[in-house]
Design a protein around this ligand. Structure first.
Ligand code: SF4
Ligand code: SF4
Length: 337
């Protein structure tokens, strides 16, 4: 299907057309934005820069029940997975992150929870016109209108949204709202291209990745790790809010004879993450944990899956309470190589 236009005044009707499916969109959560289910009759506004919490939680919840069981019983109760869901207004970096995380969850065996949700989700992206101060998506394979991981891309043209279906799911969604749309003419397509170029030019931060995946293991004992981690508090913000971080812990919770096995986000920046029951910890200080965070994203993941596990969203820079900056760390890596 070619590019289509949706007049902004028809946005509420467009959202209504999706009412048969579960909708998630960015909404205010205190002073932050995060993705949450849209309630009936609500029209999500798309006037945000990016959410503080990435939409990864729609596919990989912060805590999820894997199954329930009763002590002494032979049967387990498996969870109902979600219904068909549309994620509205996903920024291109966060959609790319889903494709990166998916490589892990489809690696040696398919993770049934993640894979099932991914199949049920249609991802509607919103191109960035005003990238944030710490965005560097263009350095790591993305861009303000990158389409990887998206089923449909929306671009804000002022009075209209330009909509481009990228997959069958995206086409189905556009067809369901066909009476609200009109075909985009060549002027609208040119306008989109101009806006995307302007948005790219607004991205001021940059990392150089050439030689980094191969070079990082050689910097194992380099003093740079001590320097860049000296002020780290070990709070885990940089990993919890990272769209590509995917570590989890699995625990059983029991009350009487009723139990559930659940998994929840974990963070390699926590001291207990690698603590053995013997008391030995192979990453005993923040130096080793920071080295691992950077090496995992920029070397180990490349080695295993041929892609950098960072999409340059800038969240870990914006939200680190002591201003530890991954772009600055990568500059030091580059200098040390
Ligand atoms: S957000 Fe900053 S202080 Fe917290 S663990 Fe990450 S680097 Fe350390
Ligand atoms: S490491 Fe930082 S910049 Fe890269 S994807 Fe994660 S939060 Fe975004």
């Amino acid at each position: 299907m070619s590019a289509m236009l949706l007049k902004k005044e028809k946005w509420p009707e467009f959202v209504e057309k999706l009412a048969g499916k579960k909708l998630w969109a960015p909404g205010a959560d205190g002073d932050a934005m995060r993705f949450a289910p849209v309630t009936e009759g609500e029209t999500p506004a798309l006037d945000f820069n990016n959410t503080r919490v990435p939409p990864k939680e729609a596919l990989f919840p912060q805590t999820e029940t894997m199954y329930r069981f009763q002590l002494g019983a032979e049967e387990m109760e498996e969870p109902q997975l979600e219904d068909e869901t549309v994620l509205l207004g996903v920024r291109p970096c966060d959609a790319r992150a889903m494709t990166i995380v998916e490589k892990l969850f489809r690696w040696d065996i398919d993770d049934p929870y993640y894979v099932k949700r991914r199949e049920l989700v249609t991802v509607v992206g919103l191109a960035c016109s005003d990238p944030g101060l710490n965005c560097f998506c263009t350095s790591v394979g993305g861009g303000p209108a990158s389409t990887e991981g998206l089923d449909l891309l929306m671009v804000d043209l002022g009075d209209n949204y330009l909509l481009e279906a990228l997959t069958e799911k995206g086409e189905t969604l556009l067809e369901s709202a066909g009476d609200l749309l009109e075909k985009a003419d060549s002027d609208a397509v040119k306008e989109k291209e101009k806006l995307v170029l302007e948005a790219e030019k607004k991205i001021k931060r940059e990392v150089k990745t050439e030689g980094v995946p191969e070079g990082l293991p050689g910097l194992w004992e380099d003093p740079l790790w001590q320097n860049v981690s000296a002020s780290c508090l070990g709070c885990g913000t940089c990993t919890y809010l990272c769209p590509t971080c995917h570590c989890f812990d699995i625990q059983d919770e029991t009350e009487g004879f009723e139990s559930r096995r659940c998994r929840m986000w974990d963070s390699c920046m926590f001291g207990e993450y690698t603590l053995h029951t013997s008391g030995h910890n192979p990453r005993p200080t923040r130096r080793e944990r920071t080295r691992n965070r950077i090496s995992h994203k920029y070397s180990y993941y490349v080695d295993k899956f041929d892609v950098i596990a960072c999409v340059g969203c800038g969240r870990c820079i914006n939200l680190c309470p002591v201003n530890i900056d991954i772009v600055e760390i990568l500059k030091k890596v580059e200098e040390a190589l």
